[in-house]
Design a protein around this ligand. Structure first.
Ligand SMILES: [Zn+2]
Length: 118
């Protein structure tokens, strides 16, 4: 019997995450095997660790990593420096305010008012 080498791409924390990765990879034409989920071929062999492994063929590993990296990356657009509604300026590239934790909102990023503090 010939078996193509398979490798673990990553470990997902939840079935939701696993399903998300699986769908993204399969959407790119990469066969994905998930272990640790009920009903999977690998599930029965797993005894103990409550983790879900995303497994791909070795030949697909590199492409898979790129896809996952894109998934994990922040949105496509670069985030410019922006003024948070709490009043601080957040450096470019950060999607969350360092001061109040507010999220960057592209629609609210207008610099049309100049309320320079006195
Ligand atoms: Zn803020």
């Amino acid at each position: 019997m010939e078996e193509k080498p398979m490798v673990r791409l990553l470990v997902a924390e939840t079935e939701v995450d696993a399903g998300f990765y699986k769908a993204a990879l399969e959407g790119n034409g990469i066969p994905v095997f998930v272990s640790g989920m009920a009903g999977s071929a690998f599930g029965a062999a797993l005894d103990g660790p409550d983790e879900i492994e995303i497994i791909v063929y070795q030949k697909d590993l590199e492409a898979s990593r790129l896809i996952i990296a894109e998934l994990d990356a922040e949105p496509d657009e670069e985030i410019p420096a922006w003024n948070c509604m709490c009043g601080v300026e957040v450096d470019e590239g950060f999607g969350v305010c360092w001061s109040c934790g507010g999220e960057y909102d592209a629609g609210a990023n207008s610099h049309n008012s100049d309320n320079s503090p006195d």
